[in-house]
Design a protein around this ligand. Structure first.
Ligand SMILES: [Fe+2]
Ligand SMILES: [Fe+2]
Length: 326
């Protein structure tokens, strides 16, 4: 073989083939590759099956080393730095304040599922002071600093962080049903975050992409554990019922919002926060494609979440016979 006949290999990264200026179809291909790598039924099964051991002995998932010095705007793929940074700023503002989110979730869980309450929000003493930080919080609180660092590396400026105020816990007559709606909201936000980080990975490479990969793995991990736990705690919760509850939450008017607030309000706020108006049509469509690609393996995996599988894994439900019909 002569050297002239050896074609130069196409560079690859975590999303597969890397071209400098990908078209929409090439971005879709990158999204598919990332989904195949990070969101498979095997990954989801593994993340859920780890939950019992994490409830007993919470252990932080270590991140790989990130070469922050290499993170520059040159590592963006098919997106301009201004749009990427505007979206990044939205994720920073949405991730904070994690303490507020974990503490409201702990309160919703405490009455029915104390072990899971500890996992998400730690423990408090009699005066309400936090004595132990939950694993969910320990893992999530790495996200804002990492995203802020990306923002600084890409823009050379400090992000102007305006954190949301987490919606506080609101007790209700039926704590089990109250938790159901809260839990759906949490699963939906973890899923949304996972899709967004995957989409951002499709638009990046190198150290920037690897750093986003760590956030993606965390979000998938948490979403899977919450979803699987939810199916154990609410075995009558079919995909149809989840859809009905979400669509009710989606259209809830401000005046008759549930205790969890309107999901539509959350979505609108998120879209504004993530600078959706700056995104091109292709960027919007590729993000919708990401939502679709990621939900597919989740729906496949969801079929396996039967009581026959979940009871040996997570034990007998303490509230068996008192299922919600939320
Ligand atoms: Fe996060
Ligand atoms: Fe999250």
């Amino acid at each position: 073989m002569t050297t002239a006949s050896v074609s130069k290999p196409i560079p690859t990264d975590l999303a597969g083939e890397l071209v400098a200026h990908p078209n929409g179809l090439q971005i879709l291909q990158r999204i598919r590759q990332l989904t195949k790598r990070y969101v498979t039924e095997a990954v989801l099964r593994d993340r859920l099956e780890e939950l019992p051991q994490q409830l007993d002995c919470p252990t932080l998932r270590p991140w790989g080393a990130i070469a922050w010095r290499e993170v520059t705007a040159d590592q963006l793929v098919g997106i301009d730095p201004e749009t990427f940074c505007a979206t990044l700023l939205g994720t920073i503002n949405t991730e904070a304040p994690i303490r507020g989110y974990t503490q409201s979730s702990r309160q919703y869980l405490a009455a029915c599922y104390p072990a899971m309450a500890r996992f998400v929000g730690g423990e408090v003493d009699d005066s309400g002071q936090l004595t132990t930080i939950g694993l969910w919080e320990r893992e999530e609180k790495r996200h804002t600093p990492a995203l802020a660092k990306m923002y600084r590396c890409l823009s050379g400026q400090h992000p102007d962080i305006v954190p949301h105020s987490a919606r506080p816990y609101r007790p209700a007559a039926d704590p089990h049903e109250n938790l159901y709606r809260h839990g759906l909201h949490r699963v939906a936000t973890e899923y949304g975050a996972a899709c967004l980080y995957l989409w951002m990975m499709a638009h990046s490479t190198g150290a920037l992409q690897a750093a986003l990969g760590e956030l993606l793995i965390d979000e998938i991990n948490h979403m899977t554990k919450f979803w699987g736990f939810g199916m154990w705690a609410y075995p009558d919760s079919s995909l149809l019922k989840i859809g009905q509850t979400l669509s009710r939450a989606l259209v809830a008017k401000t005046r008759d919002r549930t205790t969890q607030g309107s999901l539509l309000h959350t979505l609108r706020r998120m879209m504004h926060e993530l600078a959706w108006e700056r995104w091109s049509t292709t960027q919007r469509l590729t993000f919708l494609y990401t939502l679709d690609q990621v939900i597919k393996p989740i729906c496949q995996w969801h079929q396996s979440l039967t009581p026959a599988y979940l009871t040996p894994l997570l034990g007998q439900r303490p509230l068996a016979g008192n299922d919600t019909n939320a």
